[in-house]
Design a protein around this ligand. Sequence first.
Ligand SMILES: CC(C)(COP(=O)(O)OP(=O)(O)OC[C@H]1O[C@@H](n2cnc3c(N)ncnc32)[C@H](O)[C@@H]1OP(=O)(O)O)[C@@H](O)C(=O)NCCC(=O)NCCS
Length: 170
Amino acid sequence: MPRDEIPMSRSYAVQENIVLPGDTNMHNTMFGGLLMKHIDETAAISARRHCRCPVVTASNDGVHFHRPIQNDDIVRLESFVCSAGRTSMEVFIKISTEHSNTGAIELAAISYLTFVALGSNGKPTEVPLPVPKTDEENLVYRDRETRKEMRLKKRSETNSLIKSLTSSQT
Ligand SMILES: CC(C)(COP(=O)(O)OP(=O)(O)OC[C@H]1O[C@@H](n2cnc3c(N)ncnc32)[C@H](O)[C@@H]1OP(=O)(O)O)[C@@H](O)C(=O)NCCC(=O)NCCS
């Protein structure tokens, strides 16, 4: 049976926060760990909107911090599902800052995360295919196979390392 196809825009999610003194480190810039939390939350909303079932984070390709996020900046996180396998969904997320006084907007970081949809039995379940429409969606969609290859390689390396670590403990 052919898979359902849905526009990427259906999974758009946005989160905005202002950086407060309690959110910053000794450099007066935002804690990376706090940003990672917001990234996971926003991306999970996109994944859930796309498949409309429970999801778990399978992996995060890493956050590329392009510039620091300062105290009092307004942080905007925007995400959407940019490709899908059978049960997994790749989410692209873009983080930008808005200077609270001047309104100047700059791109601060990007990341890709992978979520897996779970069926009522708690096992991975099939998801619809996302379809790109805008220039940005097409740009991100274009290199999906290269990213998938790198991710599968990383997964295999991680599984081997976990196996070795486990056997060296017994
Ligand atoms: C993610 C998880 C559900 C995968 O389960 P699994 O039994 O390994 O399932 P499979 O091997 O059939 O993989 C299912 C899909 O996940 C993908 N996947 C699994 N691990 C992955 C990883 N580390 N990175 C990217 N994709 C991954 C597979 O490629 C497959 O995709 P596809 O169906 O689109 O081809 C399981 O490892 C898990 O529950 N991990 C813990 C998740 C968690 O606790 N997250 C943090 C809190 S939400």
